[in-house]
Design a protein around this ligand. Structure first.
Ligand SMILES: Cc1cc2nc3c(=O)[nH]c(=O)nc-3n(C[C@H](O)[C@H](O)[C@H](O)COP(=O)(O)OP(=O)(O)OC[C@H]3O[C@@H](n4cnc5c(N)ncnc54)[C@H](O)[C@@H]3O)c2cc1C
Length: 428
């Protein structure tokens, strides 16, 4: 059994390759774990409709791709600790292949599952979400630098990115189960239906093929990659940045696939600061994964990885004015309204609203992070909590900066077009 979580792809997929090499029959399993859809103490869903919709699309597309390889995807609505043992019995499964996860909730699920299953079942787990594989980085985890630049420079100098793994070959037809499993609807998950907003900067669908299409558009069809460094702080439209984060977050595409495609682009079209900068950003993504691996549950603590003893407010009215986009700051409001209506916010927007939340409103940064977790289509636990800690001054920013939101609005939204788009009723 290949137990899929944040590795929803058929290319560059270590678990599938290893499972196929076992010479046994192969089945894939994915659980829409009900605990991911509950309502948090702040009255929003842990996973909101935008990300859930994207996830459903990703799983449905993956199911089609796996079926083409004669592999069935079991789609379950029970927690994995309940669902997997049942299927292990029914299908006489002896081995489970999975991508390693190391955050609190994911660890606990795996621990409980192992405790429930017969000791005979063998688990094969491996890291499959990094750009630089943990075995290839030039540090012991304990010595991982707390400053990004040190990490990046050492990795660039002393590590290499592994090649993309090939797609697995077709399994025999009798590998397939007779039953085809249905993905849930939003309503099944207790979530409201959503419409795509006409001004969404992320009007894309989930799934590996869609990721590939986006990459082809951004790299090969439009050459936008050649201008990425100049446009990446944009706020409007679909092409100011790669928009690959959502597919990366659930593993529909791997960072190695993107990296090697950038290298091809550099050979065939152009190599410049922009092409390098996309790799630079992928290294940021890796960095937050390594920070979470090193510091474990501290990334969820109020004092963060620095164990800072700041005073934080939790006043409901302040939290809600931020969520609803009714603060005194039109730039913050516009970004929050965009997030609420589309499930997307630019990097520039995220930095500003997070800084405003933690450093102007002085609110417990974890509530802001939990709201991002609920709303963002591209939520990734390491990037989200890592960036929130960074902005809140309890993480890896050696300078502990605070954003001047008004100045930022003047600089990045000169003329106020972005703010007008989302703040239809706000005067400024
Ligand atoms: C408070 C806050 C919360 C965030 N939460 C998330 C999150 O939940 N999920 C997420 O993927 N990103 C998160 N980011 C990082 C960043 O904003 C997004 O990765 C980026 O906006 C996604 O758009 P893109 O794919 O077009 O990025 P591009 O600019 O095209 O960058 C390419 C890729 O590099 C990676 N990347 C870029 N910037 C960062 C960064 N600062 N940290 C980590 N990786 C980065 C992403 O994988 C991204 O897809 C957060 C940033 C902040 C400030």
């Amino acid at each position: 059994m290949v137990w899929l979580r944040n590795d929803l792809r058929i290319y560059d997929q270590q678990s599938l390759i290893l499972a196929k090499q076992s010479g046994l029959k192969v089945v894939a399993y994915y659980s829409f774990d009900p605990r991911h859809y509950y309502i948090t103490p702040w009255d929003f869903h842990k996973t909101g409709s935008f990300r859930a919709q994207f996830l459903i699309e990703s799983v449905v597309e993956l199911q089609r791709s796996l079926t083409d390889l004669n592999i069935s995807l079991i789609i379950d609505n029970r927690p994995p600790e309940e669902g997997i043992p049942d299927w292990v019995d029914r299908l006489n499964i002896s081995q489970i292949f999975l991508q390693k996860e190391w955050t609190q909730e994911e660890r606990l699920v795996e621990h409980n599952l192992r405790a429930t299953l017969d000791k005979e079942i063998e688990f094969y787990s491996h890291y499959d979400q990094f750009l630089f594989h943990p075995k290839d980085i030039p540090f012991e985890l304990n010595d991982l630098p707390e400053v990004f630049t040190l990490f990046r420079k050492q990795c660039e100098k002393r590590s290499t990115v592994r090649k993309v793994l090939p797609e697995i070959t077709l399994m025999p037809k009798d590998n397939r189960l007779e039953h085809t499993f249905q993905a849930p609807t939003l309503a099944d998950l207790g979530l409201e239906k959503i419409e795509q907003h006409p001004n969404s900067a992320f009007p894309f669908k989930g799934g590996g093929e869609q990721a590939k299409r986006r990459l082809d558009h951004y790299f090969w069809d439009t050459n936008k990659l050649s201008y990425y460094k100049q446009t990446r702080n944009g706020l409007l439209g679909i092409d100011y940045s790669s928009k690959l984060s959502a597919w990366l977050a659930n593993g529909s595409i791997s960072p190695r696939q993107i990296y090697w495609e950038i290298i091809d682009y550099e050979k065939e079209v152009k190599k410049n600061q922009s092409t390098y900068w996309l790799i630079f950003e992928l290294i940021w993504r890796d960095y937050f994964k390594y920070i979470a691996l090193k510091h474990q549950d501290a990334i969820f603590h109020l004092g963060g990885i620095l164990n800072k003893d700041y005073h934080w407010d939790t006043a409901d009215t302040k939290v809600h004015s931020w969520i609803e986009g009714t603060t005194r700051e039109p730039f913050v409001n516009a970004n929050m309204i965009e997030l609420n209506k589309t499930g997307w916010m630019s990097n520039r927007g995220r930095q500003n609203v997070a800084s405003y939340f933690a450093k102007d409103l002085l609110l417990d940064w974890r509530i802001g992070a939990a709201y991002f977790e609920s709303q963002l289509i591209d939520h990734d636990v390491h990037s989200n909590y890592g960036n929130w800690m960074y902005v809140a001054g309890v993480g890896n920013d050696p300078r502990d900066r605070k954003f001047n939101v008004r100045f930022q609005a003047e600089r990045y939204d000169e003329g106020g077009k972005f703010q007008r788009l989302w703040n239809q009723n706000t005067l400024f």
